[in-house]
Every structure is written in C-alpha cells, then in structure tokens.
Design a protein around this ligand. Structure first.
Ligand SMILES: Nc1ncnc2c1ncn2[C@@H]1O[C@H](COP(=O)(O)OP(=O)(O)OP(=O)(O)O)[C@@H](O)[C@H]1O
Ligand SMILES: [Mg+2]
Length: 199
C-alpha cells in the first residue's frame, strides 16, 4: 500500500538496484489501490506512476477486480471479462497477471493467471465469511514465499491459494467488521499456549 508517487519511485529505485545485481529474483507487485470496502488507497494521479515505474519491474502483478477495472478502464462483472482484462494487463505490462476474483459474486471464486501463451482458471468454492480482511496481501506474500522455494508459478499460485483458504477457514472471528485471517494454522499449537487468540 504505497499511497503516493514519491513512495512508489523510491521503492522502484531500490528494486531496480537489487535486480540489477540479481536479475533472476521474482518481483511480485500487489497493486493495492482499492480496499475491500471500496475505499481508495492510492492517490489517483499516482496510478500512472505505478504503471510507469513499478509495473515494468514486476514478474507478476496481482490486482483484484476493482484495481483491474481502474487499470483497464473497463467494468468487470463476468469471468470472461476477467479473462479479457487479465490478457490486456499481461500484454501491456509484460508481467504475468494473477487477477483475483474475490470481489465477484457467486458460489465459486475464480482467480485467473495469464502468462505468455497460457491462461489458467483457479476455481474454488466461496467460503461464506466476512473475515476476509487482507486475503490479497496474504495471497501475494504466500506467492512470494512459494516462488522463493523454486517451484513453478502455476504450483506457487495453487499452494498460495490453498494457504489463503486455510487462513480464512481458521479466522479467529475478531470484531464485527471484515476481520483478519489466521496465518499460523500450520504452526504447532504449543506456540500459542498463552495467546488470547487460541483457535
Ligand atoms: N470468500 C472467499 N472464499 C474463498 N476464497 C476467497 C474468498 N474471498 C477471497 N478469496 C481468495 O482470496 C484471494 C484474494 O482475493 P481478493 O479478491 O479478496 O483480493 P483483495 O481484494 O486484494 O483482498 P484484500 O484487499 O482484502 O487484501 C484470492 O485467491 C481469492 O480467490
Ligand atoms: Mg488487495
């Protein structure tokens, strides 16, 4: 969540410095622009900076539906419109695109991965829960972690989605709004002996 153009260009400089030294690093950009409830999280005039400075450095970009709508200037209400948007974003950025479908309605949630010559749908049943705050950040971070382990992008997306799914299912049911996930479901329970969040 970068907020403004100065922050974006500072981070772009740093990423450039690092990938100049290590060109095979994966750069995952989660273009946080719109919050779950619709609140804008990036100044409108900074979107161009994001596109000009950060996207060219990305190996994969992970927009949600409202973000993809802003980036393509098109409304997205169907899976087929998601396909078109993901393809367009891939063609215009050169990065792999994982377009997340959490914001569409229906019994199933579909994420779309587009890379050179390939398009995959990842489909799962939608979990009925309002404790889904940070699903996108969790997905991008899990994806980075799995890619760093050297597995393929397809397998990393599969594993990262499974991780998010489990984290939603184990959500500690905090608060009355859109509550957080539980990220430590694979840790030994003894780690949390003194935790108020014991699940
Ligand atoms: N209710 C749900 N059931 C199952 N999976 C979900 C649900 N909601 C979101 N997901 C999954 O969570 C991941 C993130 O998608 P989402 O569209 O929510 O991203 P986001 O809007 O960027 O999230 P946030 O802004 O809250 O971090 C995707 O893999 C999506 O399929
Ligand atoms: Mg998000």
């Amino acid at each position: 969540m970068l907020g403004d153009s100065n922050t974006i260009t500072a981070i772009a400089e740093e990423i450039k410095r690092v990938i100049d030294e290590q060109p095979h690093l994966h750069v995952i950009i989660d273009p946080v622009m719109v919050a779950k409830g619709g609140t804008p999280l990036l100044q409108t005039d900074s979107i161009t900076t994001l596109q000009n400075y950060l996207f060219p450095l990305a190996s994969i970009i992970t927009p949600n539906i409202p973000e993809a709508e802003q980036l393509t200037h098109k409304t997205i209400t169907t899976i087929s419109e998601m396909d078109t948007a993901a393809r367009y974003l891939h063609e215009t950025t050169g990065a792999a695109i994982l377009l997340k479908g959490g914001h569409l309605h229906g019994d199933q949630v579909v994420d779309i991965l587009v890379n050179t010559h390939t398009l995959h749908h990842f489909t799962a049943s939608r979990i009925s829960s309002h404790h889904t705050h940070g699903t996108g950040c969790t997905l991008a971070s899990a994806l980075a972690t799995y890619l760093a382990q050297g597995i393929t992008l397809y397998d990393a997306v599969k594993q990262a989605r499974l991780y998010v799914r489990n984290a939603i299912l184990h959500a500690p049911q905090l608060g009355s709004g859109s509550g957080p996930l539980w990220h430590a479901m694979n840790s030994p329970p003894s780690l949390f002996d003194n935790s108020p969040l014991k699940t």
